[in-house]
Design a protein around this ligand. Structure first.
Ligand SMILES: [Zn+2]
Ligand SMILES: [Zn+2]
Length: 282
């Protein structure tokens, strides 16, 4: 089998739902330089760079994995990364772990500087709502953006815009995103673990959903705003039974009269869950 057709054109959804009068802010490509002096070796600078890029990723300041390009120039190594915003690498977003690691680098003779290079044209802009009414934890196998979306404009929200989680960073959310994208890739390819990964994404009691819902609970506590979890729905038996579907957690009716952001047909405010009308029936 050659895999499924992409089930939703997220770019179109952004076009439909983004408020065109809002300021448009695209994801940004940044160049980070790690300079080394005082007898430091290139190997030590690269080791430091890989470590700091991992911390920046867990702090939500960069979106790509640390396997992005990392190369040497004259007396520094360079990383090209994707970040949610032009100002994502500003020290005000560093948090305690990034700050202390940069200080350790200075003590070792390794400097850190960054330059915002260009807008990334392959990504969505980020949310610029003044005050969002709520959020949803949401990603797909194709998404490079942060996995939190504003419930009003459905655009991504950088993780560092939320108060830091008890660990001091957002590593649990970043790990959930990585696991979810792995499941989504496998189910889209239809060759390995298709049923198992669909179950992980659809069942509110799967380990993937439990991890995601715990993140939502924590972020709701920190932000004081409702935080929803999305349950993927692949197959339904019939249009009639699908319309009568109830919340799989509390058993109450949850079908919306008007779909939210052309994607969510079901919403349970008690359980903070969202879902779609089965893809095989649309
Ligand atoms: Zn928004
Ligand atoms: Zn419910």
């Amino acid at each position: 089998m050659s895999g499924k057709q992409p089930r939703t054109t997220i770019g179109d959804t952004f076009q439909e739902t983004s408020n065109l009068e809002q300021q448009v802010i695209f994801m940004y490509v940044h160049r980070i330089e790690f300079s080394f002096q005082n007898g430091q070796t290139p190997e030590k600078a690269i080791e430091f760079a890989e470590c700091l890029l991992g911390t920046l990723l867990r702090n939500g300041q960069i979106c790509e994995s640390i396997r992005g390009p990392l190369y040497m120039e004259e007396n520094h190594c360079v990383a090209i990364v994707l970040a949610p915003e032009q100002e994502s690498l500003d020290p005000k977003f560093h948090g305690k772990y990034v700050t202390s690691q940069i200080q350790e680098g200075v003590a070792l003779g390794i400097g850190f500087t960054s330059t915002a290079m260009a807008k990334d044209r392959g990504s969505a802009e980020t949310c610029s709502c003044h005050s969002s009414s709520g959020y949803v934890l949401f990603t797909t196998y194709l998404s490079l953006e942060p996995p939190v979306r504003c419930l009003d404009c459905f655009l991504p929200v950088p993780l560092y815009k939320f108060p830091a989680m008890p660990s001091g960073e957002y590593g649990d959310v970043v790990r959930w995103q990585s696991d979810y994208q792995s499941c989504d890739s496998l189910q889209m390819h239809c060759t390995v673990l298709e049923r198992a990964t669909i179950r992980q994404m659809s069942d509110p009691r799967s380990s993937l959903s439990m991890m995601g819902r715990e993140n939502c609970r924590m972020l709701e506590d920190l932000s004081g705003k409702p935080f929803y979890y999305y349950l993927y729905r692949d197959h339904g038996r019939s249009v009639k039974s699908e319309k009568a579907r109830r919340c799989p957690s509390c058993g109450q009716p949850w079908c919306l009269e008007t779909p939210l952001h052309s994607l969510f047909d079901y919403k349970c405010d008690t359980c903070r869950l969202l879902s779609n009308f089965a893809w095989n029936l649309t």
